[in-house]
Design a protein around this ligand. Sequence first.
Ligand code: T3D
Length: 262
Amino acid sequence: SDETVLHERKDGYSVITLNRPDRLNAFNEVQHKELRAALAECQENADCGAIVLTGAGRGFCAGQDLSDRDPTLIGDSPDLGKTLETFYNPLVRTIRAMPKPVICAVNGVAAGAGANVALACDIVIAAKSAKFIQAFSKIALIPDAGGTYWLTRQLGEARAKALALTAHPLAADDAAAWGLIWRAVEDDRLMAEATALAEGFARGPTHAYALTKKAIHAASTNSLDDQLDLERQLQREAGMSDDYKEGVAAFLQKRPADYRRK
Ligand code: T3D
């Protein structure tokens, strides 16, 4: 296929695959645009209850395609802030604000912005053979695509700085043990595990998931008082939903909840 992003529409969820395997799915502008379009479709489509993001071939994503950054082609002072503003930052914001769960199935190496786009997802499952590399320092850059945020919040400064300054490849098992990702699984189980999660979410209370994401994201900067107020507000909203009625009725009637009945 010539497409840099494959979008498979499954029953209730989507699988989005970065598809430039010869370059370990490094981002060029076309891949950014196709990924943006796929995510926008998922966001708007009420039939899509979850997203699985993964990569084709042996890597997940090697970050920015550096062949598009050849100094002999682009000159001495490229404005990388502009690419962040145009492509990476909107991508990270879109994933964070997606009102349904985004699962990243990290099938192989995730380097540079590729690692940090993975970490922007709500649930990260990695193949045991995968590695997370903050490759930026090797080319004299800083971690972007949220890297300094995820690493610091999820690991603390000591590990964040060591990973960022050394570009040490963090193995999937260690990433899971350190709390950077949800789980590391056997390579041949990765997609089964990721799609099983997505199938569960596809049958679940989508709006409650969106509110849960919102609350957890706010927690990293809120005081306890502010967070308790936010929980009150969001729970009020959740409690007025048909999904909540269905969830409680199903519990009391000892049957599975059917959130897709409408
Ligand atoms: O510029 C801006 O807009 C600012 C934003 C920046 C965001 C960023 O992500 S900056 C960081 C960019 N990424 C990197 O620096 C990582 C570069 N890649 C690597 O260090 C290594 O490829 C890996 C550690 C990821 C994997 O190593 P390995 O040995 O498994 O594979 P390989 O042989 O290095 O790569 C396989 C092929 O993919 C190879 O091509 P070839 O020789 O077979 O034709 C390699 O050149 C290509 N490739 C890998 N990463 C990139 C890439 N080509 C272009 N850009 C890449 N990032």
